[in-house]
Design a binder for this molecule. Structure first.
Ligand SMILES: NC(=O)c1ccc[n+]([C@@H]2O[C@H](COP(=O)([O-])OP(=O)(O)OC[C@H]3O[C@@H](n4cnc5c(N)ncnc54)[C@H](O)[C@@H]3O)[C@@H](O)[C@H]2O)c1
Length: 340
């Protein structure tokens, strides 16, 4: 398994000049960063997002720096709206070259708990699966057609899916998220042999947690102190997977396990080694989360047992110690302030 250092992620940037890139969910987060990076190397960008105000801002940002982009309001769970997105690309730019089904949501609803209405079980909310699996499936289904229109031998054509660490390891409480992200890896692997014959690159990008709006605040708090994956590196991984000239890397999974570099998992190695590696990283993460939870429980119990007074007194004592240890500096600052 090789790794791609940051400085190599945009090695093949000359391949995207003038190319047309469709990215769903590019009004924010990873998609936005990816759109900006592709545009900075001369690609024309088509954004489909529910958040049309955000998408329009990205278009403005691209145009301000001399690039070209267009956005439309598109709910990826609606096939017809996705057709409009591809048609817009064809109408405005005459081609579709790179497609990134990126739009996603985190776990919506609580899968583990059956809800009841008038004593009868209620059907669970499946929005997570609809957005994270049906959405990319619609995008891919359309991409396979549109990527081949006017395609000539040697043209760069790519379809890069966004998986997650949850494509390999299940997130407890994120059953629908994990299920849809596991499925995305399966979709890419199923498509790869035929796409390779057609000269279309496919791949999946698997980031660990990155600091975007999709990560719920309680999870961000739990992750405090654990290095996250930089959003810019995720965008770089998407760029590299889409543009790499090495035909052997077609069909690869690209892992961003923590704040370290991008790993390429060649298709032959999917079953070897990588599961062990993910397992080790996941176990380390789980141990860190358990540690964080233990500290939260500890402080909650102290709070419960002693009440506000002890915590407030401890903070006051801590502040007093800081002031005492720095008394000379503070005295000097005060004298200077009074003198002036
Ligand atoms: N941030 C992370 O920690 C992380 C980790 C692994 C994978 N991912 C994946 O990266 C992708 C991008 O997520 P992000 O982190 O940038 O989150 P984000 O919330 O910043 O961006 C998601 C975008 O998708 C759009 N969107 C949501 N539902 C939509 C719908 N039905 N139709 C159209 N657009 C819709 C949102 O408006 C938003 O612009 C997702 O597929 C996510 O699962 C993120």
């Amino acid at each position: 398994m090789s790794h791609i250092p940051d400085e190599k992620l945009f090695t093949f940037s000359n391949r995207v000049k003038g190319k047309v890139v469709i990215i769903t969910g590019a009004a924010n987060g990873i998609g936005k960063e990816t759109a900006l990076r592709f545009a900075s190397y001369g690609a024309k960008i088509v954004i489909g997002d529910l958040d049309i105000a955000g998408a329009n801002k990205v278009v403005e940002e691209i145009e301000r720096t001399g690039g070209s982009a267009v956005a439309l309001k598109c709910n990826v769970t609606d096939f017809d709206q996705q057709v409009e997105m591809f048609e817009l690309a064809m109408k405005k730019y005459g081609s579709v070259d790179i497609v990134v089904p990126n739009a996603g949501v985190s776990e919506v609803g609580v899968f583990q708990k059956l809800q009841f209405k008038n004593g009868r079980p209620v059907k669970p909310n499946m929005l997570t699966v609809e957005v994270n699996l049906f959405g990319p499936l619609y995008t891919a289904h359309l991409a396979l057609h549109y990527l081949q229109i006017n395609k000539k031998e040697g043209d760069l054509k790519s379809l890069i899916f966004i998986g997650s660490m949850a494509s390999w390891a299940g997130i407890p409480g994120g059953e629908m998220y994990s299920g849809s992200k596991h499925a995305i890896l399966g979709v890419m692997r199923a498509l790869h042999p035929i796409m390779e014959l057609k000269g279309i690159r496919v791949g999946t990008i698997h980031p660990f947690f990155a600091d975007t709006a999709i990560v719920p605040t309680p999870v961000k708090l739990l992750l405090a102190g654990i290095p996250l994956t930089p959003v810019s590196r995720v965008a770089g991984a998407i760029f590299y997977a889409a543009t790499d000239v090495d035909e052997d890397s077609n069909g690869s999974a690209w892992l961003l396990l923590d704040d370290g570099p991008v790993f390429q998992v060649p298709k032959e190695q999917f079953k070897e080694g990588v599961y062990k590696m993910i397992d080790e990283r996941a176990n380390k993460g789980r141990a860190a989360l358990k540690g964080a939870q233990a500290w939260i429980r500890f402080f909650r119990d102290i709070w419960r047992i002693t009440g506000k007074t002890v915590i407030t007194t401890s903070i006051a004592a801590g502040l007093a110690k800081v002031v005492y240890d720095n008394r000379a500096t503070i005295e000097h600052a005060l004298r200077t302030a009074i003198a002036n």
